[in-house]
Design a binder for this molecule. Structure first.
Ligand SMILES: Nc1ncnc2c1ncn2[C@@H]1O[C@H](COP(=O)(O)OP(=O)(O)OP(=O)(O)O)[C@@H](O)[C@H]1O
Ligand SMILES: [Mg+2]
Length: 336
């Protein structure tokens, strides 16, 4: 740092700030007394920010808390602790009016459009519904025009308005899911495994579409995924989660070329396969051993039971994220 101030307009502005987020689900026993006998620490102290126009990838093995993090951002869960600031405002303190605005400004795209799209509704109604509910366009004809425009923006023929989801392919359905997410002109989209269920060739098309939309509409994404090759292509920065915590976070190329945390290294250790189909199918190569349960997570560093570098101290002290290289954060006391 040479100490020179960066002119304000050039500073990246955070659209989303997640601070010390924790989501512990109670486990209870008995119907009458409903006694709490423990808790699932699905998310346990997560911090990150996403700047306007940026895509942050969130990766990690099944059950590490990715979806729960996304649901907290969407205010579908009330976190146990921590804060989520959207555009500087705490989402859990928002009152009705602000919350209604948040429901427009923040959208989600799910993995499986088949289960998230109402099978009894025509595509035109699926996409038009949020526009109607939020009173964005009351005139039916103009609403239909808007739906047709959204379809074409997402690479679908406007005549698809009269189709049902089951009459479309997986890739087309996911485009409908994207069109619906765009219907209210959002600023931020949580993409939760948005392309994971699609064939590799279709995945690439949908990824390209998401990237085009980001540029065209100035969108910001949290991109949750298993497939590391997809993440590298789409995300400017990547955060790696393990058992409810972020263990490493860096710019995408830096993370893939120079992983510092032993967990990330294990994930990336398999030699890349030149055939993109095999590479994509490989997706996620978790390190050996079972992921411990988030009900009774290991003490200290939660990765220590599986870690090849673990020393005694790792069982006691919980490592915090430290910036070991510029913009490269690692939660490991053994890496310097
Ligand atoms: N409502 C809930 N009540 C209790 N436990 C829950 C609840 N929702 C999630 N969990 C648990 O929290 C942990 C994190 O789940 P989450 O769905 O966030 O993981 P994930 O990283 O999205 O996994 P996947 O890759 O399989 O989608 C899991 O152990 C899960 O069983
Ligand atoms: Mg999930």
């Amino acid at each position: 740092m040479n100490g020179e101030a960066i002119p304000a307009p050039l500073l990246p502005t955070p659209l989303l700030e997640v601070r010390q987020l924790a989501m512990h689900f109670p486990i209870s026993e008995g119907i009458v007394l409903n006694r709490k006998i423990g808790e699932v620490k699905a998310v346990d102290g997560v911090d990150f920010t996403i700047n306007r126009g940026e895509t942050l990838g969130l990766v990690g093995e099944s059950g590490c808390g990715k979806t729960t993090t996304g649901r907290c951002i969407l205010r579908l869960e009330r976190p146990t602790a921590g804060q989520i600031l959207f555009d500087g405002r705490d989402v859990n303190r928002m009152e009705r009016q602000e919350l209604t605005a948040l429901r427009r400004r923040v959208q989600v795209i799910f993995q499986d459009p088949y289960s998230s799209l109402n099978p009894r509704m025509k595509v035109g109604d699926i996409i038009g519904e949020p526009i109607k509910v939020h009173g964005v366009e009351r005139d039916p004809r103009r609403r239909r025009d808007r739906v047709r425009e959204l379809l074409s923006v997402c690479g679908l023929d406007p005549k698809f308005t009269d189709r049902y989801p089951h009459e479309m392919s997986g890739g087309q359905r996911q485009r409908v899911g994207i069109a619906r997410a765009l219907a209210l002109d959002p600023e931020f989209i949580v993409c939760d495994e948005a392309v994971s269920a699609l064939d590799v060739s279709i995945q690439a098309q949908v990824i390209n579409l998401l990237e085009d939309l980001r540029e065209r509409f100035g969108l910001t994404y949290l991109f949750i995924a298993h497939d590391l090759s997809v993440v590298r292509h789409l995300c400017q920065r990547v955060a790696v989660m393990y058992l409810g915590r972020i263990v490493e976070m860096a710019d995408s190329d830096e993370l893939f070329d120079n992983p510092l945390h032993p967990y990330t290294q294990a994930l990336l250790s398999a030699v890349p396969v030149p055939d993109p189909r095999i590479e994509a199918a490989r997706a996620f190569r978790p390190p050996r051993g079972e992921v411990p349960s988030p009900i009774n997570p290991p003490s200290g560093c939660v990765f220590h039971p599986r870690c090849p570098m673990a020393v005694d101290g790792c069982k006691q002290a919980r490592p915090v994220l430290r910036e070991l290289r510029p913009r490269h954060w690692v939660a490991c006391s053994e890496v310097n």
